[in-house]
Write a protein that binds this ligand. Structure first.
Ligand SMILES: C[S@@+](CC[C@H](N)C(=O)[O-])C[C@H]1O[C@@H](n2cnc3c(N)ncnc32)[C@H](O)[C@@H]1O
Length: 231
């Protein structure tokens, strides 16, 4: 495919992710930025590691893991791919000549028998979409050998280890958003599904205190946080 054809193909797709396809072509999604990649603290060197990207959408993080040397990457999704939005992933995979593997599978169907187990598992932007968040984390834990990275919405309005429930479309006008846990709830849930060490890597304690304080004065109380959970 030449650059003109590639540009035409890129422009025909509704992208979520900004993926650098080379030759000056970057897909026009708006979700992931270099800043978010830093926040995730995805290891710079993944050589020799196997990586599972659960609910990958266009696959930005899968391709990033491959570019960081991962030995095997499996990209999975179901909801958005089954809704007809898999072309982005497939095009990027082809253009990048990527060896990232793919499986169309629901989070709740993940198991060692179905997909195997992986050194590093990415669970990014998924937890709050789950109607059964503990079950989803159990499934993610079941396929994690060493490190699970969770990026999620956190709701700072509630105290302690509480979860806000969004039965309608109150979070982001999106009916597929169900729960916003507090940061302490996410940590507790990760321990409850079997991780021995859980660290919040974003935001820092100081920034979290600031967010909480500002939320009392009307600033947005639903934020995003990143956790690393180790076996
Ligand atoms: C907010 S997007 C996050 C995409 C990507 N992980 C990221 O961080 O940019 C949520 C993703 O979860 C997927 N998803 C939602 N429910 C799912 C389910 N039950 N099983 C598998 N994927 C699901 C959607 O298809 C979508 O790709």
């Amino acid at each position: 495919m030449d650059q003109t054809e590639l540009l035409k193909a890129v422009n025909a797709i509704r992208w979520a992710h900004r993926i650098d396809l080379g030759g000056g072509i970057i897909t026009p999604g708006d979700w992931n930025t270099p800043e978010i990649l830093l926040r995730l603290q995805l290891p710079q060197d993944l050589s020799g590691q196997t990586v599972l990207d659960i609910a990958c959408w266009d696959g930005f993080y899968s391709f990033a893991a491959e570019q960081r040397g991962a030995e095997r990457v499996l990209a999975t999704d179901s909801f958005i791919w089954q809704g007809g939005q898999k072309e982005g992933f497939l095009l990027a995979q082809r253009v990048l000549q990527s060896k990232v593997e793919e499986a169309e599978i629901d989070v709740l169907d993940l198991s060692p028998e179905r997909v195997g187990v992986f050194d590093v598992v990415l669970f990014l932007g998924v937890l709050y979409h789950m109607k059964h968040p503990m079950l989803a984390l159990e499934r993610a834990a079941s396929v994690t050998k060493r490190l699970l990275i969770v990026e999620t919405v956190v709701d700072l309005r509630l105290p302690g280890k509480a979860l806000a429930f969004y039965p309608g479309s109150e979070l982001g006008r999106d009916e597929t958003n169900w729960f916003g846990p507090t940061p302490a709830a996410v940590e507790g849930m990760l321990r409850a599904v079997g991780f021995s060490r859980v660290e919040r890597v974003w935001p820092s304690a100081g920034r979290l205190r600031l967010w909480r304080a500002l939320s009392l004065f009307g600033s947005k109380a639903v934020k995003r946080a990143v956790f690393h959970a180790y076996r």
